[in-house]
Design a protein around this ligand. Structure first.
Ligand SMILES: [Zn+2]
Length: 252
């Protein structure tokens, strides 16, 4: 774009921002900064970085480098190969997640995809296919969207790696995981997912990046990974927008 045009566009943006200041996605308050999140809200978000457990992204007290594992993963490795999370799920990020999941608010998607791209790092760069955790079709019809599908498409746009939103299907109309204990969550989603027959050839031998909005106990991601593994996936990476890090937040 020509320099004059670019300056004119920048000037218009500044004028628009002066007339309609941004509303922060976190607090809902108008703010003078540029972007969707007020600087003071941004400072309250807990970005997890890559110092957590390499298999489940749980923050660890000590950074042991690339081979860091939490006690749980060391005792029983998860069904996927590695996991990353952009944010800790806490009082600040909860608003972002709930607005996306229950209100279908899309304006943060590009920002969330950028954070998740950064968190996923090599798991995204080396992936052949991006696959979101699916909803059962009845819930999809009722809600009208799958927020994990939106995040997967956002990652695909950023990376150029294809996303397939109908590779995994939810066979059982399982009740919502919200409010369930960890044990109930695992029971609820057991055998709930499958790879669609027509998508098997695409999964066989492929490196998959599995995408969800929140990692709570890992039950849903585990059930999805089992289905992908049975279809021959060579490697399964997981990336989520937010990860529960305190046991008290499991019943979200
Ligand atoms: Zn772990």
């Amino acid at each position: 774009m020509h320099l004059v045009q670019r300056r004119a566009k920048g000037g218009l943006r500044s004028a628009a921002h002066f007339i309609w200041p941004s509303r922060s996605l976190v607090s809902g308050r108008h703010h003078g900064g540029i972007g969707l999140i007020a600087p003071e809200d941004f400072a309250r978000l807990s970005f997890l970085g890559d110092s957590g457990c390499r298999q489940c992204a749980l923050p660890l007290d000590t950074d042991l480098g690339e081979e860091s594992l939490c006690g749980k993963c060391a005792a029983k490795p998860p069904r996927w190969d590695a996991a990353r999370a952009a944010l800790a799920y806490d009082d600040t990020s909860r608003k972002l997640v709930l607005d996306l999941k229950h209100a279908g608010r899309r304006d943060g998607l590009t920002t969330f995809a950028s954070w998740m791209t950064q968190a996923a790092g090599d798991l995204l760069e080396e992936a052949d296919l991006i696959v979101p955790v699916p909803l059962h079709y009845r819930r999809l019809v009722k809600r009208g969207f799958n927020q994990s599908g939106w995040l997967a498409q956002g990652l695909a746009r950023k990376s150029g790696i294809p996303a397939s939103i109908d590779t995994l299907v939810r066979r059982k109309p399982t009740p919502s995981q919200g409010g369930l204990s960890a044990r109930e969550r695992w029971r609820n989603v057991r055998a709930a997912f499958a790879v669609r027959d027509g998508a098997r050839a695409r999964i066989e031998g492929a490196r998959i990046l599995l995408v969800d909005d929140v990692f709570t106990t890992g039950a849903t991601l585990s059930a999805c990974s089992l289905a992908l593994r049975r279809a021959g996936a060579a490697h399964i990476g997981v990336v989520v927008l937010a990860r529960v890090v305190r046991p008290s937040d499991v019943t979200i």
